[in-house]
Design a binder for this molecule. Structure first.
Ligand code: IPE
Ligand code: IPE
Ligand code: MG
Length: 236
């Protein structure tokens, strides 16, 4: 099976999952966090090396403070306790996004989980929190500008070289999944998705279980990735 090296998920539809059941939106976020825990382990079992997930965008601060706080509480709780299974599995957790605007306890929890899992080698779970794709490019461009000021020669600078200036220097995304039915990327990993295959599903994220994930993998296997070239008949 041709398994994507880097899968990214826009975990959307938690709120609607809850509303459909007459529950508060927070119930959807709680259920979504359980789904994520299971999926992270499953993805590694399927041979995926890197799983990036969109947990909270820079624009999600536009929501009511109560919802934002609930999500941040959930992050702290999960990072401090529930990620033990993921750690045992040998997964390294990294967090992408701006630290500005984040609560102190959230920043502390991020430090703890990154420190605790930093030597793990079975796979990488990249959690995008207070993350924006344009922001990542801007932050990278600023760091590059500083290096240029300090004498970096960019006469041969290539698009591959710019990954060094992304938050965690992760490779390009092979498969991008969005749950919840919307057909947009909502400022997710813009630089890394330049040649990603897209998979959109109406399934709300809390219901996006292992078999739903496998459907996306099967679909990926049959995609013909050409990267601007021409398909050769051997399928290479
Ligand atoms: C995605 O679910 C999780 C976050 C954005 C934090 P939503 O909360 O956007 O759920 P819907 O789209 O309102 O259903
Ligand atoms: C994208 O979902 C962000 C996350 C999944 C964390 P949104 O629900 O915020 O996106 P829009 O508002 O529908 O574009
Ligand atoms: Mg949404």
């Amino acid at each position: 099976m041709n398994v994507p090296n880097h899968v990214a998920i826009i975990m959307d539809g938690n709120g609607r999952w809850a509303e459909k059941r007459g529950l508060p939106r927070s119930a959807g976020h709680l259920e979504g966090s359980k789904t994520l825990e299971k999926l992270a382990i499953h993805a590694i079992d399927m041979g995926v090396h890197i799983l990036s997930v969109y947990a909270f965008s820079t624009d999600n601060f536009k929501r009511d403070a109560s919802e934002v706080n609930y999500l941040m509480d959930l992050v702290v709780k999960y990072f401090n306790t529930k990620f033990e299974k993921i750690n045992k599995k040998g997964v390294k957790v990294v967090v992408s996004g701006r630290k500005t605007n984040l609560r102190e306890d959230v920043i502390e929890a991020i430090k703890n989980i990154e420190e605790k899992t930093k030597n793990n080698t079975a796979g990488i779970l990249n959690i995008c929190l207070n993350y924006g794709g344009q922001e990542e490019i801007i932050d990278g461009a600023i760091r590059l500008a500083k290096d240029i000021q300090n004498g970096l020669d960019v006469s041969n600078f290539k698009r591959e070289d710019f990954y060094h200036y992304m938050y965690h220097e992760l490779p390009p995304i092979d498969l991008l999944i969005r749950t919840g039915g919307e057909l947009r990327v909502s400022n997710f990993m813009l630089y890394e998705m330049s040649y990603s295959e897209f998979y959109f599903t109406n399934t709300y994220f809390p219901d996006f279980d292992k078999s739903e994930f496998n459907k996306a993998l099967f679909m990926y296997e049959n995609r013909d990735r050409r990267f601007g070239g021409i398909h050769d008949k051997k399928g290479n």
